[in-house]
Design a protein around this ligand. Sequence first.
Ligand SMILES: [Cu+2]
Length: 215
Amino acid sequence: MNKLPNDPPVEPEIPEEQQWSRRQFLVGSAALGVAGAVTLFGRQALVDAARGLFGSPVSSGTVHLYAYDYYYIPNYMTWRVGDQMDIIFQNQSHTHWHEWTMGRHVNEAYFQAFGNLPADAWAVDFWDGVHVTLSDPYNIDNFVPNKAIVTYDGPKALFNIQTGGDFSPTLKPGGSIHISFTVPNKPGIWDYGCFVQQYIHYRTGMRGKVMILPA
Ligand SMILES: [Cu+2]
């Protein structure tokens, strides 16, 4: 086909597989550009490849958990029942609020809803009945303890404690919090995610998994 000088640029051919990903992604989140989608899927592939090669060692003691737009690093962890954990959760975004929730069976019906949404997205909140100590709050938007048994290190006002919804520290850009706990006897696979902005973050890929091994 001859191309005249004033024709619009011809779109490059996109392989079928990428088109599929692109359609899926746009259904989930129209707000983000295609470039972002490609970057996201590319990164996920790298993470999966690295995990396949190196496995996932059991974490205990101090673990840094970083929130970015819109993913976590790490997005996979292995814990063991009875181990002491110190999660330093830090929001690396310059512009977005991010939270860390953990549970099972996210209610995807909420994704379709408009208006006011229930704040508790997990059918099972991992933190129910778990003893947790919070410390070093910095730029906290709010913290929801839900049914966790929480000890606050320092002035409680700094944690901006709220009720309703899942256990969730929500951090302003640049915020951080230190979450200490002993891994409870809840073995198996758990999911974590950020439900900020009416689940857009979660749908976009801001999620991860924790495999908990028996003691
Ligand atoms: Cu988020």
